[in-house]
Design a protein around this ligand. Structure first.
Ligand code: MN3
Length: 210
């Protein structure tokens, strides 16, 4: 079964004014669709056809640049749509495990926000900023170039991404032009902390409650 472009969990205009409808529609129907189609084309007829995307990414050093770029693009955008919501923003509530983990690993939500924003701002050119869970069940912030991500065996700081921000110009240029700082700040108004805390819990099912 080939990989499928997922539907968005909300309308294209649902994240306005933070992310505009035209950017969302082009991003989904053109960019994400192209990564999906190109990934399927790159895998067609190979032994990797039918593998889970996470398993392909974990061994990405064995694959072609086409699988790396499009497999990353497919996975990263799947995550990106899910961790945003028109009802998002603000801070995780104290009832959420992610709230306690952020305070434990960053000291405060503000410190986390500063680190994440810095990662998004200092990623030169195209790429992603990430909040991840490492092998010791601790949170860390990192960034990657192009469509790479921290699941890939080629990335130094490996972990499970639970929040990601696309800082390619195609993600913000129509509305924000060169003003990446404004886009990064706006992203914090749409983060779906319910989904992030779900992904945090799924990253380590054996974790005891905080
Ligand atoms: Mn993108």
């Amino acid at each position: 079964m080939a990989f499928q472009l997922p539907e968005l969990p909300y309308a294209y205009d649902a994240l306005e004014p933070h992310i505009d409808a035209r950017t969302m529609e082009i991003h989904h129907t053109k960019h994400h669709a192209a990564y999906t189609n190109n990934l399927n084309a790159a895998l067609a007829g190979t032994e990797a056809e039918g593998l889970k995307i996470e398993d392909i990414l974990a061994n990405i050093s064995k694959y072609s640049p086409a699988v790396r770029n499009n497999g990353g693009g497919f996975y990263n955008h799947n995550l990106f749509w899910e961790i945003m919501s028109p009802n998002g923003g603000g801070e995780p509530t104290p009832q959420m495990n992610i709230h306690k983990a952020i305070e434990r690993d960053f000291g405060s939500f503000e410190n986390f926000k500063t680190q994440f924003t810095n990662a998004a701002m200092t990623r030169f050119g195209s790429g992603w900023a990430w909040l991840c869970v490492d092998g010791n069940d601790h949170l860390f912030v990192t960034s990657t170039a192009n469509q790479d991500n921290p699941l890939m065996d080629i990335h130094d700081a490996k972990g499970t991404p639970i929040l990601g921000l696309d800082v390619w110009e195609h993600a913000y240029y129509l509305n924000y032009q060169n003003r990446r700082p404004d886009y990064v700040a706006a992203f914090f108004n749409v983060i779906n902390w319910h989904e992030v805390t779900k992904r945090f819990n799924d990253a380590n099912p054996g974790r005891s409650e905080f």
